[in-house]
Design a protein around this ligand. Sequence first.
Ligand code: AMP
Ligand code: ZN
Ligand code: FE
Ligand code: FE
Length: 297
Amino acid sequence: MRIDLHAHTTASDGTSTPRELVAEAVCAGLDVVAITDHDTTAGWQEAAEAVRATGRPLTLVRGMEWSCTARGGDASGSVSVHLLCYLFDPQAPAVTAETERLRGERARRLRVMAERMAAAGLGIDVEALFAEPDGVPGRPHLARALVAAGAADSVAAAFEGPLRSTGPYYEPKRDTPVAEAVRAVYRAGGVTVLAHPRARARGRLMDMEQIGELAESGLGGLEIDHTDHDRRDRDYLRGLARETGLLSTGSSDFHGANKTVRLGAERTAPDQYTEIVGRATGAAVVRSAGAGRDGGA
Ligand code: AMP
Ligand code: ZN
Ligand code: FE
Ligand code: FE
């Protein structure tokens, strides 16, 4: 079984619509794909409809990637972490109220950054940036605008240049304390997996001691096989998962044309996937007519 549990669509900062993601999952030979947009479940319905309509075997896991903060590893301040949330009740008030606040916070911060860039003459049209019927705003949207304006050669170059968190245009956003998000999703019947916990290129890492504490608050697993983790990161995390009794996953973190990684490039073991589905009570997986019981656990 080929299982990829982390993919973005146009509901946040991916470039494939939810319907296209489903078609691409079939093309990539996946048996299971998860839709995990940043701070929104807006893509769930279209993805579910597309899976039900496809004649090919595919199972959809409905999820979200929640923008959170955690304790920094060098005991100084907080750092950004991402929490993958699977099969939770999307109507649960503790989830909807906080993710709605986060979406507002994302729009505010992206506008501040865009205005700073416009004022500095980088050729960003702030109103055009927000006029697109796109999903939850993220820095990849601004990265594409910078490339279009000739202020960066590529999305990756934009992240290393004007979008970097240490740069003059950067504006932080106020994210959710990760323990709070873990508890909210647990209460909403979902299963949480800490996304790319050792992705050092994105900034400072969280305090790894906090992972044991989160496990006690209901954290379900760690995303271990991810392109931002090298061999040592993966070995370290496998040891940590064993020690703390956490599940382990592997996924592509597909963003369409906004990243080079391909759908299905990293995958989750079937037994870990089955355990996630077995624990979740907030939402069901969606199977296409051609998907066996196997694909749905
Ligand atoms: P934001 O959530 O708005 O702060 O933007 C961060 C998002 O940008 C991450 O979740 C990734 O999807 C994406 N990202 C981060 N670094 C890069 C990069 N070097 N190239 C492309 N996308 C990136
Ligand atoms: Zn993203
Ligand atoms: Fe992430
Ligand atoms: Fe992601």
